[in-house]
Design a protein around this ligand. Structure first.
Ligand code: ZN
Length: 272
């Protein structure tokens, strides 16, 4: 099973919190055109997936979220602001995340059950809060070897697993890494900088082990006009646009495994 998920945010949201200096730039809609390229690609391959939408984007552009949902995809939450959620108080977090939950539910008519933390920064207190709000899974953990400043979850499972969250059933759905070596695979940045063969090899290894493959991309990744920001290095926007769309097209064509939203993938994986 493969889920090529999408984090619906503007290009600048993905910068590391330190580089971004927590400055708040309201979304202006630059993500919409590249997002539609992704929707078009999924339609071409008849693929449904999960879109983790930033709350403030849903607030300003509800019609875009509706478009995603009406195309048959799962709409999940990527938090309200693109912040490191482990750095804010739980009460503030609860307040802003209820907002995201309610906005998404209002637009789609369905309460979201999936969550991905900005910068993949999550902890057990946040998981408990999400569970209380009605979320059923989180998809933030990259079970890779230690990457300074980023991830260090080299001991957790490669496939979905149950986590304790106040007595309710809750799952963590890890993002793809190479089995054994635990090199991150993830999606967007790695696909653009390490190339499609690297990611393709990892997918083959994971599928052979019977593991579902969770990848993520951003609209920014497929935007040929992705802004070149002075403060960031070339690898941030390297190969954005056509290269990335062709790479995604190639992966969707190459693997004839089941491709589905995480909601459905989780159900299938936990039953078998
Ligand atoms: Zn993000």
């Amino acid at each position: 099973m493969l889920a090529l998920t999408v984090d619906v945010e503007e290009g600048f949201h993905g910068l590391r919190p330190s580089a971004h200096a927590m400055k708040h730039h309201p979304p202006r809609g630059a993500f919409i055109r590249p997002l539609r390229s992704i929707l078009g690609l999924f339609e071409k391959h008849n693929v449904n997936s999960t879109f983790f939408v930033l709350g403030e984007i849903a607030q300003i552009f509800p019609e875009v979220v509706e478009e995603i949902y009406d195309s048959g995809h799962e709409v999940a939450s990527h938090g309200y602001f693109h912040l490191d959620l482990t750095k804010i108080s739980l009460s503030t977090l609860e307040e802003i995340e209820r907002k995201t939950h309610d906005i998404l539910a209002r637009i789609t008519g369905e309460a979201p059950i999936g969550f991905r933390a900005p910068f993949a920064k999550i902890n057990s207190a946040i998981i408990s809060l999400l569970s209380e709000m009605g979320y059923v899974y989180d998809c933030s953990v990259v079970p890779s070897l230690w990457i300074p400043g980023w991830w260090s979850n080299c001991c957790v499972s490669l496939g979905p697993y149950r986590v304790s969250a106040g007595g309710k059933e809750f799952f963590e759905v890890p993002i793809a890494v190479f089995p054994y070596l635990r090199f991150p695979v993830c999606g967007g940045w790695i696909l653009r900088n390490f190339g499609v063969t690297y990611v393709e090899t990892a997918i083959k290894c994971l599928l052979r082990k019977g593991m579902p493959v969770i990848l993520y991309v951003h609209p920014f990744d497929v935007d040929p006009d992705a802004p070149k920001l002075e403060s960031v290095r070339f690898h941030v926007s390297r190969h954005c646009g056509g290269y990335m769309l062709r790479a995604m097209d190639h992966l969707l064509k190459t693997f004839d495994c089941k491709k589905m939203p995480i909601r459905d993938l989780l159900r299938e994986f936990m039953v078998h």
